[in-house]
Ligand binder design. Structure first.
Ligand SMILES: Nc1ncnc2c1ncn2[C@@H]1O[C@H](COP(=O)(O)OP(=O)(O)OP(=O)(O)O)[C@@H](O)[C@H]1O
Length: 221
């Protein structure tokens, strides 16, 4: 019944007390990004917390999250292989740029040299070749956003959750970062889920757009 590839939100509903905050029943194909738009408080960040496995106990959820047909809702967060990107880069300030990436290289990649070469290749892919030793404090906002993207992708996520990742960038940077993110999602065949207040971001994602009403119900496809 549910052997869909990609990310499947199977009759997901999230409640806060008796109030249904949000409901969503969607399948996202590999390489596609579904955009979810909705007013503040409609439950977008809560949906991400549910998918990634750290829903606050104040909420109750129904439904299942499946990745490539496998239910992940019962797994601990680290076993879900879901990548997250936020509006703030949230880099580790006490590590170099390269150190931030090495931290996220999956454990199946063995050997110091191989791990470093993965990190360097990923930095090159986001246009930051040569910045391995840089101190995160010296980066511009756009560079920090690209390091955050590289750090998320190097972990080989099986789905990518994008929580307003472009909202702190000015217009030209925003466009180039969108191209980079959605290009990599398509190239790596990762299913993506974007929450945003910005219709241009949602349109740039190129996939379906869902609008949530004030009560979190799905308004349109
Ligand atoms: N830990 C919590 N306990 C109780 N209520 C909470 C908790 N966290 C969030 N809420 C409430 O749940 C609702 C959904 O919050 P959520 O952050 O998911 O909305 P959002 O759509 O992401 O909003 P925004 O666009 O402003 O980020 C809000 O009404 C919020 O006040």
């Amino acid at each position: 019944m549910t052997s869909l590839p990609g990310l499947h939100l199977d009759a997901v509903a999230i409640f806060l007390g008796d109030r249904r905050l949000l409901s969503l029943d969607r399948a996202i194909a590999p390489g596609e990004t579904l955009s979810v738009m909705g007013p503040s408080g409609s439950g977008k960040s809560t949906l991400f917390a549910f998918i990634a496995g750290f829903l606050d106990p104040a909420f109750r959820a129904e439904g299942r999250v499946l990745l490539a047909g496998e239910p992940i809702s019962d797994r601990p967060p680290e076993a879900r292989h879901v990548g997250l990107l936020f509006q703030d880069a949230l880099l580790f300030p006490h590590m170099s740029v390269g150190g931030n990436l090495l931290f996220a290289v999956p454990s199946h990649v063995k050997g110091r040299a191989e791990r470093r070469s993965r990190a360097e290749a990923m930095l090159g892919r986001v246009g930051l070749a040569g910045d391995f030793e840089a101190d995160p404090a010296t980066l511009s906002g756009g560079q920090a956003a690209r390091v955050a993207l590289a750090r998320t992708l190097i972990a080989e996520p099986r789905a990518l959750l994008l929580d307003e990742p472009f909202s702190r960038l000015d217009a030209p940077l925003r466009r180039s970062m969108r191209d980079l993110v959605f290009g990599l999602v398509a190239e790596r065949r990762i299913p993506g889920l974007l929450v945003t207040h910005d219709r241009e971001d949602a349109e740039a994602a190129g996939g379906p757009i869902v609008e949530l009403g004030a009560c979190g119900e799905e308004m349109s496809a």
